[in-house]
Structure formats: C-alpha cells, structure tokens
Write a protein that binds this ligand. Structure first.
Ligand code: MTE
Ligand code: MO
Length: 360
C-alpha cells in the first residue's frame, strides 16, 4: 500500500509474473481522489459535443452496443519511479515495478458510441473524459485523448464494464471505465461520468499540470507545464520480477538461475526481444517470451512475460542482472536513469538492474 487516502497499492513483483492475466485483486490501484460509490440503477453517462449535451446513456444502453473484448496492459506513468528517485529526489508515489497489470477488458467500442453522435471528425481534436470522483472543490478527475485514437476502430478504445470476464470492481472503475490501450494509465478514466468531443484537450490538472515529461535539468523553480505535451503512448519498458533485488538465490545443478519478468511498449508495439545480462553487458542472453498470440499487427496491447536461465560463475557470491526490452519499432530502453530523470518521476524505462546473492 503506497497511500491510504486516496488508496494506492501495487502487488509484490514476484506475484505479478505468476499469470499472464493479472487477477483483479492483485491489479495495482491508483486513485487521485476519494473513490465514488455508484448505484448501477442511477448510473448515467453523458455524451457531449463541445459543451452541448447531446445524449445521456444509462448502463443498459451501453451494454446494448456490440460487445468487444481486448487484452491490454494498463501502466501508470510513474511505474518504476522508485528506481528513478535514486538519481535525485522527485515528487510522486514511490512505485516499485508493480504499477502495471494485464487484463481482458470487455465493453462497447468508443468509436461505435461516438459514431451515433454524428460527429464531423475534422472539426474536433480531442475526446475528453470525466470521472464521478470529485476533488474538494467539486471538480472531477479528467483526461483526454486525440480524436484520431478515439474514432479509430483499430485503436480498440473500449468503454469497459468487465475485467477478466467479471463486472468491474469499485477499485477499478465500477460500473464503466475507458480503456485506452497503449496509452498511459492516467487517460484510462474510471467511474466514467462524461465524454465530450472537443477542440481542446481536457483542462484537468492531470492533463495540464501533471503526467508530462521534462529535461533532467528542469527543476521546480523553472518548470513550465505548458511547454511539454501530455503523455499519451508509453515508451518500451521491462522489469525483472523474480528474483527481486537483494534476494538470496540457489544456483541449480546446471550452474544456472531462473530469471522472470515482464515487458511492454505503448502504441500497440509488440515486444520482440528481451536481452538479459549478468556481466554488465559483455554477454547478453535472449529470454523466452509468453505473448498474446491473438494480438494483431500494430495492436499489441498486452504485456509480454519473459523468462531466461542465466549461467553464473561457480565462484561468485553476488551477481548483478540487467534486463532491456526491444519493441517492434526497434525502440530500446535507455541504459541508465541519469539522462532521463525528470522531476515528476515519469516514463521510468531505463534498464532494470538488480543485485542478488548466490547460494552455490
Ligand atoms: N480515473 C479516475 N476517475 N480517477 C483517478 O484517480 N487514476 C488514473 C486512471 N484513471 C484515476 C483514473 C491513473 S493515474 C491510473 S495509473 C489508472 O487509472 C489506474 O487504474 P487502476 O487503479 O485500475 O489500476
Ligand atoms: Mo497513474
């Protein structure tokens, strides 16, 4: 548990790689505001075009749209922040590697719901979302995505009412949340109350004054949030989950140790390779991948789990392990956090490096 009010929590990393689909109870929770309590029979979703209310849907009306299921990882923009914070102090929840989960999401496609509004796509730029959770001044949580992503049937944006085949839990956005696959967690608005098609981005704090990247030299005295774009698609990332940093690991009869983790990339890019080293890059070992075999080209929303057996030196008592992922655009993780440090601790995708003790 990383925070009680609002509630934020992540599973231990070894639990994370136990299954390809993350059970809802182990799926990280990130709330910025108090969790709303919603009665299904009172639930409404407002649809608006640039401020003009066009339509209100109840829960049943949303379930009448053709049902779509996708498998997608959701990752917080601050996942692995605790690693980046070792470079220099920064502001934010001290996430380890667990601010990510992979699940199936079932619901109506956003493009189908928007099509019924009869929008002239060229007249607008963004689709904004609001949640039923409110700040003390009565302002809701909010975010937006580009209209091109919202309207594209192949972008698979879902108004989800099921997670892993069961109704969404309160923690994860009951009764409806938007799943924007390949995009930073912050845009996957929970407890969805309103969708508006607009010329402008969401003016919420989380779109305008947070979830943006900056140069390592930007500090709180000179930061100008208007100058960086809001994070949408996420960069390629991986993490070692078993063993964990400073674990004691028994070397097997073949002189090897088992290492497991996950990797993911935004924008529908598939992870094509994981390279792992235990000699600081002199030798790289290619991991075996567990992938979503149903995913289509350019629509790879799931994470990839990986495992590898690393041969270790007979005499060594301690070993450092590094992992890096490569995606289908041949994007690769940067080697260290030094040159990607940013004051909010976002986009923390440097090589994951751990040190473990060996029992020979
Ligand atoms: N939606 C609402 N309404 N309120 C929130 O605080 N947090 C966002 C996003 N959607 C949030 C929200 C952030 S920052 C993340 S990382 C994801 O939800 C987390 O989703 P989860 O709690 O289901 O894991
Ligand atoms: Mo987040």
């Amino acid at each position: 548990i990383n925070g009680n009010k609002p509630f934020c929590a992540e599973p231990s990393s070894s639990l994370l790689v136990e299954s390809f689909l993350t059970p809802a109870d182990f799926f990280y929770v990130r709330n910025h505001l108090p969790v709303p309590e919603i009665d299904l029979k009172d639930y409404t979703l407002e649809l608006a075009i640039e401020g003009t209310t066009k339509k209100t849907l109840d829960f049943k009306a949303i379930t009448k749209y053709k049902k779509h299921t996708i498998t997608a990882a959701v990752m917080c923009g601050g996942n692995r922040r605790s690693d980046m914070s070792k470079v220099k102090t920064l502001k934010g929840i001290n996430w380890n590697v667990g601010a990510v989960g992979n699940a199936t999401w079932t619901g109506a496609r956003l493009c189908d719901v928007l099509k019924d509004l009869g929008i002239n796509e060229d007249a607008f730029n963004h689709v904004q979302f609001e949640g039923y959770d409110l700040d003390p001044s009565g302002m809701p949580y909010g975010a937006s995505i580009p209209i091109s992503k919202a309207m594209d049937p192949r972008a698979d944006v879902i108004l989800a009412y099921e997670m892993n085949g069961k109704p969404l839990s309160r923690d994860h956005g009951f009764p409806i949340r938007v799943i924007v696959p390949g995009v930073v967690g912050a845009r996957n608005v929970k407890w969805l109350s309103k969708i508006s098609v607009s010329k402008e981005e969401s003016q919420s704090q989380w779109q305008q004054g947070d979830y943006k990247g900056f140069s390592p030299s930007t500090d709180w005295d000179n930061v100008d949030f208007r100058k960086s774009p809001a994070i949408q698609e996420m960069p390629v990332i991986s993490a070692i989950c078993q063993p964990q940093n400073s674990d004691v690991v028994k070397v097997n009869e073949n002189g090897k140790i088992q290492v497991k983790g996950y990797a993911w990339s935004g924008g529908g890019h598939k992870v094509i390779r994981i390279d792992v080293t235990n000699d600081k890059g002199k030798t790289w070992h290619t991991a075996d991948l567990t992938e979503d075999l149903q995913a289509k080209q350019g629509r790879y929303w799931s994470w990839t789990l990986w495992n590898v057996e690393l041969p270790v030196d007979k005499n060594s008592k301690e070993v450092e392990i590094w992992a890096k992922a490569v995606d289908s655009a041949y994007n690769v993780q940067p080697e260290s956090f030094n040159n990607i440090y940013n004051l909010r601790g976002l986009l923390c995708n440097a090589y994951h490096k751990i040190k473990i003790q060996l029992k020979q």
